[in-house]
Design a protein around this ligand. Structure first.
Ligand code: BGC
Length: 740
């Protein structure tokens, strides 16, 4: 097993020899070339690109997706450069390629690692058909801030869920063996802490204490490294005063010394030169020096390495050993990818984009990612034989592009099936469907059409409103300070409420929104994220009860933006809030004297709870948890506790449930979260059936970074809960006993 884990390279000694042999024949210029990635998006080989590849000044490109151009680029590298080193061809394949899967946050709502793996495998296959051999995914940034547009691209707020799903995505992209034609190298990003950007503004500063960094933000990256991820990308942000692209603590101490990572590190787009803009350096040469020195092996889309490494080496500021180490890290992955044996892509070996298998997977994924947040009086599922007409309303009901979400450079919207199309298809001639867009976009403020829309809703038996955000409102550089439904959508809901007709909201968005102002106005609410190509059919199946919703929230939904950052795994504080301790702003007397005694950590106007907590999601079935028990009262180091609970489906339909196990470590050398997710399982339960859930809880899963920033197991008492959300009530306890 190599240090990077799961990809066993049987002949790793031979591989290291090949890396060393090649390095020994390279000039400094060729080495710097391997450390340089350039943007090559034109659909032909430009003269400068050809010349730079021929002279060995480029080791990787990004953004070329024409397979003929890619093959020509590889041919130039292999046949016309002195050493014939093939190139890495990078692309943001974030949630699908031509066939678009739900956005990563939606994927996380499926709580289904196998589906995440399979989705990444399909994306890898479609991308590999274009000659791409390296994706900039998965994004592993923990995000507790839905204002941050890139929460869409994240796997949510929890380190354990993000770790399981991030590792699954790595396995999906990289397959069993990286040298297969349909696998591509993955890149965990953005190392590290990017999701903690102040006030949720992309690229803003992050300040994360080391203990918090280690116990939360770094956890999914470590898991990806253990799963064999071949590369990591630094983040744009400044972490505690040192931007990630110059952060030796992250890149050398943690990544190389502690985790023994043997892949390579790439900067984010031009983030080496941005070290100067951050105010860390005063010129590009110094930026190149700091980045190489800190451990950034490859510069993406900047030219500071190409311009300055040579003189930094000549001046003796950068040693050739350091350069060799960086180049070796990159060559190692090129060998593992099998590029030296076969640098070319035979597109005819691959199924055409949008093949039935890919579309079926996209549909299943969308289905499992939708979360039912509200369902009063069981208005859902719609009974097709009990209604005659259905109004389908809203700016996102028939928006083939918008349903795909952010980061879909290669997504083919012609494959998209929208909500209204899918509802029409499913209902056939059994229902009269009336569609009205109501608002031109999700941001439109004009209420001009509302009277017309009210008429439509009034003459139908029920209405489905497709609301939310267009895809451009989330993703990189698209952050919002106000995360209510944009435009006049809330007004629309309020106007339609007055009709007295059943209203079902389907929200498509790249982030948790504050839905407080519409939640009481609708009878049912489905959170569909940006569900991708097959979002429409999945939503239609759920609306009509072909399947039951089974997604669970991977991130808390705040009641109010002022609650952010918000996450379930908070610390208890010395004055923890409870329902009883809350005082509401309206209940405070005039000229009330200052009080703090008996007061706790809450907001006078909003309390302390989210609108919906992490892990939450309803079903058409009714699930009941009971009989929680542990295999022992105590566990020792190295042992595995088994935790059992019974899960009964008291409802009338078969359904999937995501059962979740949380623990609380009651006393620690550093304070511990009130709950931590430690295991979960997606299971199918038939009506009337009771199944016994069995979770494994290894003692080492209870380890954490303590006061000395070392991973350790501390003995003591733990509470354990099993249930359907982070607010599960069924509780037991056990003791962890340390033998050392
Ligand atoms: C983003 C990265 C992305 C890169 C290449 C940057 O702006 O932050 O996540 O992989 O561009 O497109």
């Amino acid at each position: 097993m190599t240090a990077s884990g799961a990809q066993p390279v049987a002949n790793s000694a031979r591989l290291e020899e090949r890396v060393a042999e090649l390095l020994s024949t390279m000039t400094l210029t060729e080495k710097i070339g391997q450390m340089s990635q350039v943007n090559a998006a034109e659909n032909y080989v430009t003269d400068w690109l050809r010349a730079d590849i021929q002279s060995g000044r480029i080791g990787a490109i990004l953004n070329q997706v024409d397979v003929d151009v890619v093959n020509e680029i590889q041919r130039i590298a292999v046949e016309e450069s002195r050493l014939g080193i093939p190139l890495l061809i990078g692309r943001d394949v974030i949630h699908g390629f031509k066939t678009v899967l739900p956005i990563p946050l939606g994927q996380a709502a499926s709580w289904n690692p196998e589906l995440v793996r399979a989705g990444a495998a399909v994306a890898a296959r479609e991308a590999a058909a274009c000659g791409i051999n390296w994706t900039f995914a998965p994004m592993l940034d923990i995000s507790r801030d839905p204002r941050w547009g890139r929460i869409a691209e994240s796997l949510g707020e929890d380190p354990f869920l993000s770790s399981c799903l991030g590792a699954a995505m790595v396995r999906g992209f990289q397959g069993v063996s990286l040298d297969q034609p349909d696998t591509i190298a993955a890149c965990g990003k953005h190392f590290a802490g990017y999701g903690a950007a102040e006030s949720g503004r992309d690229y803003a500063t992050t300040n994360i204490p080391e203990n918090e960094l280690r116990n939360n933000y770094l956890v999914p990256f470590h898991s990806a490294v253990n799963a064999g991820v071949t590369s990591l990308m630094t983040s744009f942000s400044d972490l505690d005063g040192i931007p990630a692209s110059a952060n030796e603590f992250l890149l050398r101490r943690i990544l190389r010394c502690e985790w023994q990572f043997d892949g390579f590190v790439v900067s984010d787009w031009d983030s080496v030169r941005q070290l100067q803009i951050h105010g860390l350096t005063d010129n590009d040469k110094e930026s190149a020096y700091q980045a190489v020195n800190a451990g950034v092996d490859m510069e993406m889309a900047g030219d500071s390495y190409r311009n300055y490494i040579e003189s930094l080496v000549e001046q003796g500021r950068l040693s050739i050993d350091l350069i060799d180490m960086a180049v070796g890290n990159i060559l190692r992955i090129k060998f593992r990818l099998g590029l030296f044996d076969n640098p070319y892509t035979d597109a005819s070996m691959f199924p055409p984009p949008g093949d039935p298998e890919a579309l079926a997977l996209a549909r299943e994924f969308a289905l499992q990612s939708v979360v039912l947040l509200k369902n009063d009086n069981r208005v859902l599922p719609l009974q097709i034989d009990k209604i005659n007409s259905l109004a389908v309303i809203g700016p996102l009901a028939n928006a083939p592009y918008e349903q795909l979400g952010t980061w879909i450079f290669d997504g083919d919207e012609s494959f998209s099936i929208t909500g209204v199309d899918a509802i029409r298809e499913l209902a056939g001639d059994r229902l009269n469907i009336e569609y009205h867009q109501a608002l031109e976009t999700s941001r439109s403020k004009s209420t001009e059409s509302f009277d017309e829309v009210i008429n439509v809703v009034e003459r139908c038996d029920a209405s489905v409103l497709f609301l939310g955000e267009e895809s451009i409102l989330s993703g990189e550089a698209h952050c919002r300070a106000d995360i209510d439904l944009p435009g006049a959508q809330a007004d629309l809901v309020a106007r339609l409420r007055r009709t007295g007709k059943p209203l079902i909201a389907v929200v498509l968005a790249g982030r948790p929104l504050t839905l407080t102002n519409i939640v009481d106005q609708v009878d049912a609410l489905l959170m569909a994220w940006h569900p991708g190509t097959m979002g429409g059919p999945a939503i239609a199946d759920l609306l009509f009860g072909v399947h039951s919703p089974s997604g669970k929230l991977p991130a808390s939904f705040p009641r109010h933006v002022g609650q952010i950052p918000i996450h379930y795994n908070q610390k208890n504080t010395g004055k923890p809030p409870s329902q009883q301790s809350i005082v509401h702003i309206d209940d405070i007397d005039a000229e009330a004297p200052q009080t703090s005694l008996g007061m706790t950590a809450f907001h006078l106007d909003t309390g302390y709870k989210p609108l919906w907590p992490f892990g939450y999601g309803l079903s058409y079935a009714h699930f009941r948890y009971s009989n929680l028990r542990c295999s022992a009262k105590e566990i020792h180091d190295g042992e595995v506790l088994e935790v059992f609970a019974d899960l009964t489906n008291d409802g009338e339909v078969p359904a999937d449930e995501v059962a979740q196990l949380y623990v609380r470590d009651l006393v620690g050398s550093v304070t511990r979260p009130v709950r931590e997710l430690k295991n979960f399982k997606r299971v199918t339960v038939q009506p009337g059936e009771t199944i016994t859930l069995r979770f494994e809880l290894p003692a080492n899963a209870l380890a954490f970074y303590g006061r000395n920033q070392e991973l350790q197991i501390e003995p003591g008492e733990f509470h354990v809960w099993v249930g359907g959300s982070s607010e599960a009530e069924l509780q037991s306890s056990f003791r962890l006993v340390s033998d050392s």
